[in-house]
Design a binder for this molecule. Structure first.
Ligand code: GTR
Length: 324
């Protein structure tokens, strides 16, 4: 809540000085400052501060200094943090409907993901999030994720057999790697570099910009294009912070978030290309898998198990798959 204090000096009210104590909003971000998401979050913070004339002053904390992603989700939910850019991967453990977005190959491509998330279906995810203390104001891009490892190029699902992969914190990813014959270890993002380096794990999976910015390419040089996950990310505000806003400020914050998403998506497209060039120049070996359908076919049991456990979400899956 915005507090206004009138400074008094002796018996004379200093009518010239009516300082408004700004609402300082703390924002969580996992990425370094030069990452597309980070730049867009900074733009969001700037636009909100300017347009609310300082009533809200968001500050972004980069590099996961405020904790790892599952912790940060809890903190935003309980109002300990005010906003964040979250990947829907770890969100699935808290908001079950968002698990649909973690089903491997759920989207045909990134364009379909944009159409779905910006439309009526995206609103259904926002509604589910809002029941859990999170107001999703806009959707960022996170490209598509592929496997990389320290040992060999992956050409067929058989090549995954016996390898140990880090996954984000979500049971669906454990099943996904299981179905390919590998072993999955959920682990915080910040621990992956060292774990790859010391051989605790053989590989991980991510998009080009994260493979690049995390320096994982230095220690795991085989990047095999499977495009198995296309997971959107939200710019989310805590319900506690949101509910404290006037209608005017809500409109400002919403518009700033939509603008930030536009900027992020434009920066993303450029960064994907640059990251790919950078890691290749540094010696990463990138290959297309021989038969992408073989990876997709292996995911049948993941879908069957998911629908069995969440029959109410089957129609949501169908709606996504049948949208253009
Ligand atoms: C990145 C994503 C992060 C985080 C990370 C991970 O692509 O933007 O939010 O989820 O992947 O693998 O943990």
């Amino acid at each position: 809540m915005t507090l206004t204090r009138i400074a008094m000096s002796g018996a004379i009210a200093a009518l010239t000085a009516v300082p408004t104590l700004a609402e300082g909003w703390r924002g969580w971000n996992i990425h370094p400052e030069d990452y597309p998401n980070s730049i867009a979050l900074e733009s969001f913070a700037k636009e909100v501060a300017e347009k609310t004339e300082g009533r809200i002053e968001p500050q972004v904390y980069h590099n996961a200094v405020l904790g790892d992603q599952p912790d940060a989700i809890e903190q935003v939910r309980n109002g300990g943090l005010d906003f964040a850019n979250f990947n829907m991967g770890p969100m699935g453990q808290i908001v079950p409907a968002t698990n649909v977005l973690s089903l491997p190959f759920i989207f045909r491509d990134v364009d379909q993901m944009h159409v779905v998330m910006d439309g009526e279906i995206g609103q259904r995810f926002s509604d589910a999030l809002s029941e859990e203390g999170l107001v999703a104001l806009s959707w960022f891009d996170s490209g598509s994720r592929s496997f990389y490892n320290t040992k060999q190029a992956i050409e067929t699902p058989d090549d995954v057999k016996g390898m140990k992969f880090r996954v984000m914190n979500n049971d669906l990813y454990v099943q996904m790697v299981d179905m390919l014959g590998g072993n999955a270890t959920p682990m915080a993002y910040g621990e992956v570099y060292q774990s790859l380096k010391t051989g605790v794990i053989d590989g991980a999976e991510n998009n080009y910009p994260s493979y690049d910015s995390s320096n994982h390419f230095e220690v795991a040089k085989y990047y095999s294009i499977t495009n198995h996950l296309i997971i959107p990310e939200c710019l989310c505000v805590s319900t506690a912070a949101w509910d404290g806003l006037s209608d005017e400020d809500k409109a400002i914050v919403k518009e700033a978030a939509v603008n930030a998403a536009k900027e992020q998506r434009a920066l993303w497209a450029d960064r994907e290309m640059k990251s790919r060039e950078k890691v290749e120049a540094a010696g990463a070996m990138i290959n297309e898998v021989k038969d992408p359908a073989a990876f997709q076919d292996a995911m049948g049991p993941v879908y069957e198990g998911f629908i069995k456990a969440n029959p109410d979400l089957e129609s949501l899956i169908e709606d996504i798959q049948s949208s253009n």
